[in-house]
Design a protein around this ligand. Structure first.
Ligand code: PEP
Ligand code: MG
Length: 913
C-alpha cells in the first residue's frame, strides 16, 4: 500500500480503518506523480491534471467525500461566500508523501480555499470574535505565502521580509503578537508581492487545488528532494510522491488548540513512554521548525487532560496495529483531538535493540519480527566509538550544553554552511556543521558532516529528525550559542573564546555537550544484554553462514570477535605492503629475469606468508580459512612509470640474484604495463604463467597449517584460485597445489584441505557444473569482478558514469555496492543451480558405484566474498530462498550487520507464514 499511497497516505488510510479520528481526505497515488513527471519532460506537466479530466473528476469526488465526512462545505467559485455567516468554510491541506519518509524535502500547501471574499465575509460577520478574525487572517497570510512559494515560485524571502518589517514596525518579537489588523495589512502586502512579481493568486478554490496538486507532484524533482534520494539508498526505485488532500484542522484556532509531534516510545533510549512536544495555538509546521520552544508532551496531561487520555489510548492502538513504535503528528482543535500522520518512528541503535526486546517480552511481536525491526545501521551505531563519560564531568573544555538529539561522538572542524560541509567532505576533512537551525536546503551538508549543532530547535526539529535518521551525532537547541553565519564565527555563553571556521570542535550527542578541540574517543558502550539477545535471535534465525574477509591475524581476531564463522577471503597480496622487506621481496619476484631469480625471490617471500598464515590460522582455530592465491596485475606492486622510486627499485633488484643490468630491469618493468590491466595478466593467469608462485604460496599455507597442527591448533585450510574462466585453468592450478600438499605432508599424516574456484568471470558462472566436475570443492563468487565484467564497467573508473546514470534514472543503485539482481544475480543463480545439479549427479553416480569408499560424497559450498557480502540488502538477496547461498564473507567490521541481514531474509519468510 505504501508504494502507491506513500507512507503518509497509507498511514492515514490505516488509521481511519482502525477508527481513530483523522481529518477526512483522499490520496492521489505515486503512479500519478510518475505520469506527471513523464508529461513534464515534454513540457506538458502543468496541463496534465487540467487535460486529464478523469483525474479531476476523481478529485472532485474526493472533495465531496471530505465535505460529507466533515459535514461542512468547501468553497467553490471565485466569489464564494461562507456557508453560514460567521462560519469559516472547510479548508484543505495538500501534502506530499513518498513511500519512504523524506522529511521536509517536498512541498505542502495549507489553508487552501481562502480568498478575499471568503475572508471578508467571515471577518465582517457580527458573530465573529476578534480572536477568530485574527485566526482567519493568519490562515490567509500563510496561504498567500505558501501558495506563492510552492506553486508560483515567488521567493519566500519576499514574504519573510514583509513579515519581519511588520514585526519591526509594531515592535513585537513573534508572529503571535501581531493583531488582526496587522495581519490584514500583511495580507495586503503579500498581495502586492504577487503584483510586483507579475503573478496572480487564483481566488477560485478549485484552481488553487489543481495548481497545488501539480506543484506538490513537481516538488518530487526539486533539487533538495533529488539530493536527499541520492543520499538515502532506501529511496532507490521510488516512483514519486503521493499527494494527500485532507480537511484542515487548526492547532492555531485558539488557546484550547495545539499542534504536536510524538513518538510512542523514546527514540533515543527505547523507554516505553510518550516522547514528544507540542505548541499551544500553533500549526504543526511551527513545532517542527523550532520557532518557539515547545512544551514537553507530559504537560499535555495537565493542559489538555481529556485529549491526553485519548492520545495515550490511540498510541497503544497504533502500536498494536502496526507492531512498531510510531511517530505521530497530532492537532487539538478547540479541545478535539485529531491525528494527522503516523509512521514508523526512526530510532537510534540502543533504542532499536531495547524496543525489539521489550516488544517481544510484552507479547506484542514475534522473534522474527524483532529481527526485522532492528536495522543493520542500528548495530553500526551501537558499536561506534564514543567519548569517555567520566572524562567529561566538570571539564573546562565543555563550552555549552544543548539537547542530545542524536547520540554518538563527532570530532571535526567547524563549518557554517551546507556548501562548506560538502566541500570539506570532498577534501576528506571531517567537519561539524553549526547552524542557527537547519532546513531542507541543508541536507547535503548535513550528510557530509560528521556531526550537527544547532542553536534552535527541539528534539523533533528538522536537524534532530534528519540526523537521527542517519545515525549522525547531533545537538540541538543550544541556547547558549551565538552563531554569526555572516562572519562564520560562533561564541558560547561564559566562554571568552570566539570560534571560527576551521577550528576543531567535538560534539557529544549522547549528553548534548559541545566540547572545545578534538576530544579522544574510546571503544563503544557496553551492551546491557539487549544486543546480545538480538544477536542470539539473528544467529538462531539465519540459515547462511557469515564469514569474514581478513588479511592479517589482527583483522582475523576482530572478525572472530564480531562473530565470523571463518575467513572467506584472505587477499594475500595485501600482506606485502606491511614492511619494506616484504615489498622488496615481492618486487624482486615481479621483476625477476628468469625462473631461477623468481624462485630465489619466492624463497624470500615464503617466510612472510607462512608467518601471517600461522597467525591467521591461530586466530581462527577450529574454523575454516580460505586463502586466495595472488590476484592483482603485478605492476601494481611497482612504483609509477619513470619515477625515481622505480629506478631505486630496479637498482635494488639488480643487487639480488639474476639480472644485474638496471636498464634491462627497467625495460622489463615497462613491458609489464598493460593497456587493460584488469583484464590482463592477473588471477590464475599469473599462476599458470609462473607456477612457482602458486607453489610458493601453497607451501606457505600448508607449512603454516602443519606448524599449527603440531601445536594442537585445529586448522581448516582452503585455497582459492582467482579469476578462473575455464575448468582447465582451475585443474592446472589445483594440480600444482596438490603436488605441494603431497610434498609438505610426505611421510606424515596429511592435513585435509579444500581447493575451490573464485567465480569472478561470467564464463565461470556459466560453467559452474564443469568446475565442480573438475574438483572444485567450493565456489566463491567474487562479485566485485563479476559485476565489473558483467556490466563491462571498469571498477576503478566508473564513478562519473554512474553519476550520470543515476541522474538520468538509468541505474537506481551503484551495482558495485548493491548487487544487480537482474543481471549479475542471474549469473549467480545460474552458477548455484548448475553447481548443485552437478553435485547431485556426481552423488548419484557415487551411490551407484559400490567400489568408492564412504566419505567421498561430493559437497560444494557456494558463497560470496565480494563487497556485496557486507551490503545488507545484497545479503538479504543472497540468503533468500531464490538464491540460498551457503555463506557470505565480508570485511571484519561488517560481520555483525551481515549476520543480522542474513537473519532478516529468513525472518521475512517466517513472518509471512
Ligand atoms: C571480487 O572480485 O569480488 C573480490 C573479492 O576480489 P578483489 O576485490 O580482490 O578483486
Ligand atoms: Mg576479484
Amino acid at each position: 500500500m505504501k508504494r502507491e499511497l506513500g507512507g503518509k497516505g497509507a498511514g492515514l488510510a490505516e488509521m481511519s480503518r482502525v477508527g481513530l479520528d483523522v481529518p477526512a481526505g483522499f490520496t492521489l497515488s505515486t503512479k500519478l506523480c510518475a505520469l506527471y513527471a513523464e508529461a513534464d519532460k515534454e513540457g506538458k506537466g502543468s496541463q496534465l491534471l487540467e487535460k486529464a479530466g478523469a483525474v479531476m473528476k476523481e478529485v472532485e469526488m474526493g472533495v465531496k467525500f471530505i465535505e460529507k465526512q466533515m459535514r461542512r462545505p468547501i468553497p467553490r467559485g471565485s466569489s464564494s461566500k461562507t456557508s453560514k455567516d460567521g462560519e469559516l468554510p472547510l479548508l484543505l491541506s495538500i501534502r506530499s508523501g513518498a513511500a519512504v519518509s523524506m522529511p521536509g524535502m517536498m512541498d505542502t500547501v495549507l489553508n487552501l480555499g481562502l480568498n478575499d471574499v471568503i475572508v471578508e465575509g467571515f471577518c465582517s460577520s457580527p458573530t465573529t470574535s476578534e480572536a477568530e478574525r485574527r485566526f482567519c487572517l493568519d490562515a490567509y497570510r500563510r496561504l498567500l505565502d505558501m501558495f506563492g512559494d510552492v506553486v508560483l515560485s515567488i521567493p519566500r524571502v519576499d514574504f519573510e521580509s514583509a513579515l519581519t518589517e511588520m514585526k519591526r514596525a509594531r515592535g513585537v518579537a513573534t508572529d503571535a503578537e501581531l493583531t488582526a489588523d496587522d495581519l490584514r495589512e500583511l495580507c495586503e502586502k503579500y498581495k502586492r508581492v504577487y503584483v510586483d512579481r507579475g503573478k496572480t493568486f487564483p481566488s477560485d478554490p478549485e484552481t488553487q487545488l489543481r495548481k497545488s496538486i501539480e506543484a506538490v507532484f513537481a516538488s518530487w524533482k526539486n533539487p533538495r528532494a533529488v539530493k536527499y534520494r541520492e543520499i538515502n539508498k532506501d529511496c532507490a526505485g521510488l516512483e514519486g510522491t503521493a499527494v494527500n488532500v485532507q480537511a484542515m484542522v487548526f492547532g492555531n484556532r485558539d488557546d484550547d488548540s495545539c499542534s504536536g509531534v510524538l513518538f510512542t516510545r523514546d527514540p533515543s533510549t527505547g523507554e516505553k513512554k510518550l516522547y514528544g512536544e507540542y505548541l499551544v495555538n500553533a500549526q504543526g509546521e511551527d513545532v517542527v521548525a523550532g520557532i518557539r520552544t515547545p512544551e514537553n508532551i507530559d504537560q499535555l496531561a495537565v493542559q489538555f487532560p481529556r485529549c491526553h487520555k485519548t492520545l495515550v489510548d490511540w498510541c497503544d492502538r497504533l502500536e498494536n496495529h502496526f507492531w512498531d513504535v510510531m511517530d505521530i503528528e497530532f492537532t487539538v482543535e478547540s479541545n478535539k483531538l485529531w491525528i494527522l500522520q503516523c509512521r514508523s518512528g526512526k530510532r537510534i541503535g540502543a533504542a532499536a535493540v531495547k524496543i525489539a526486546c521489550d516488544m517481544v517480552d510484552e507479547g506484542l511481536i514475534t522473534v522474527p519480527r524483532a529481527v526485522l525491526m532492528v536495522e543493520p545501521r542500528h548495530l553500526d551505531q551501537l558499536l561506534r566509538p564514543r567519548f569517555d563519560p567520566g572524562d567529561l564531568a566538570g571539564d573546562a573544555d565543555v563550552v555549552a550544553k544543548g539537547l542530545p538529539a542524536s547520540p554518538g561522538a563527532a570530532v571535526g572542524t567547524i563549518v557554517f554552511t551546507a556548501a562548506d560541509a560538502e566541500a570539506a567532505k570532498k577534501r576528506g576533512v571531517d567537519c561539524v556543521l553549526i547552524r542557527v537551525e537547519t532546513s531542507a536546503e541543508d541536507v547535503g551538508g548535513m550528510h557530509a558532516s560528521c556531526g550537527i549543532l544547532t542553536a534552535r530547535g527541539g528534539m523533533t526539529s528538522h536537524a534532530a529528525v534528519v540526523a537521527r535518521g542517519w545515525g549522525k551525532p547531533c545537538v540541538v537547541g543550544c541556547g547558549d550559542m551565538f552563531v554569526n553565519e555572516r562572519d562564520k564565527t560562533v561564541r558560547f555563553q561564559g566562554c571568552d573564546a570566539k570560534f571560527k571556521e576551521g577550528d576543531a570542535i567535538s560534539l557529544d550527542g549522547d549528553r548534548g555537550l559541545v566540547i572545545r578541540g578534538s576530544r579522544a574517543l574510546i571503544a563503544s558502550i557496553a551492551d546491557n544484554g539487549d544486543l546480545a539477545r538480538v544477536m542470539r535471535w539473528t544467529d538462531e534465525t539465519r540459515r547462511i553462514q557469515v564469514l569474514a574477509n581478513a588479511d592479517t591475524p589482527a583483522d582475523a581476531a576482530i572478525a572472530r570477535a564480531n562473530g565470523a564463522e571463518g575467513i572467506g577471503l584472505v587477499r594475500t597480496e595485501h600482506q606485502f605492503f606491511s614492511s619494506p622487506e616484504r615489498l622488496r621481496a615481492m618486487r624482486s619476484m615481479v621483476l625477476a629475469s628468469d625462473d631461477a631469480a623468481r624462485t630465489e625471490a619466492c624463497d624470500r617471500m615464503l617466510p612472510f606468508q607462512r608467518e601471517d598464515f600461522e597467525g591467521i590460522f591461530t586466530a581462527m582455530a577450529g574454523l575454516s580459512v580460505c586463502v586466495r592465491l595472488l590476484d592483482p596485475p603485478l605492476h601494481e606492486f611497482l612504483p609509477p612509470k619513470k619515477s625515481q622510486e622505480l629506478d631505486r627499485v630496479a637498482r635494488d633488484v639488480a643487487s639480488n640474484a639474476g639480472e644485474k643490468d638496471v636498464g634491462k630491469i627497467l625495460a622489463r618493468a615497462e613491458r609489464m604495463r598493460e593497456a587493460n590491466p584488469m583484464l590482463g595478466m592477473r588471477g590464475c593467469r599469473l599462476g599458470i604463467q609462473h607456477p612457482s608462485v602458486t607453489a610458493m604460496q601453497s607451501r606457505a599455507i600448508f607449512e603454516a597449517a602443519k606448524a599449527c597442527a603440531d601445536k594442537g591448533i585445529r586448522v581448516k585450510p582452503q585455497i582459492m584460485v582467482p579469476l578462473v574462466a575455464t575448468a582447465a585453468e582451475f585443474s592446472h592450478q589445483a594440480n600444482v597445489i596438490r603436488d605441494v600438499h603431497a610434498e609438505v605432508f610426505a611421510g606424515v599424516e596429511a592435513l585435509p584441505f579444500e581447493v575451490g574456484v573464485m567465480v569472478e568471470t561470467p564464463r565461470a558462472a556459466l560453467v559452474a557444473d564443469k568446475l565442480v566436475r573438475a574438483g572444485a570443492q567450493f565456489l566463491s563468487l567474487g562479485t566485485n569482478d563479476l559485476t565489473q565484467m558483467t556490466f563491462g564497467f571498469s571498477r576503478d573508473d566508473v564513478g562519473p558514469i554512474l553519476k550520470t546514470y543515476r541522474e538520468n534514472g538509468i541505474l537506481t543503485n551503484d551495482p558495485f555496492e548493491r548487487i544487480d539482481e537482474l543481471g549479475v544475480g542471474l549469473l549467480i543463480e545460474n552458477c548455484a543451480m548448475m553447481a548443485r545439479a552437478a553435485v547431485r549427479e556426481l552423488n548419484e553416480q557415487w551411490q551407484e558405484d559400490q567400489s568408492k569408499p564412504k566419505g567421498d560424497k561430493t559437497k560444494v559450498k557456494i558463497g560470496v566474498c565480494g563487497e556485496h557480502g557486507g551490503d545488507p540488502a545484497s545479503v538479504r538477496y543472497f540468503a533468500s530462498d531464490r538464491v540460498a547461498l551457503d555463506y557470505v564473507s565480508c570485511s571484519a567490521h561488517r560481520v555483525i550487520a551481515a549476520r543480522l541481514a542474513a537473519a532478516q531474509a529468513a525472518a521475512r519468510e517466517l513472518d509471512a507464514l
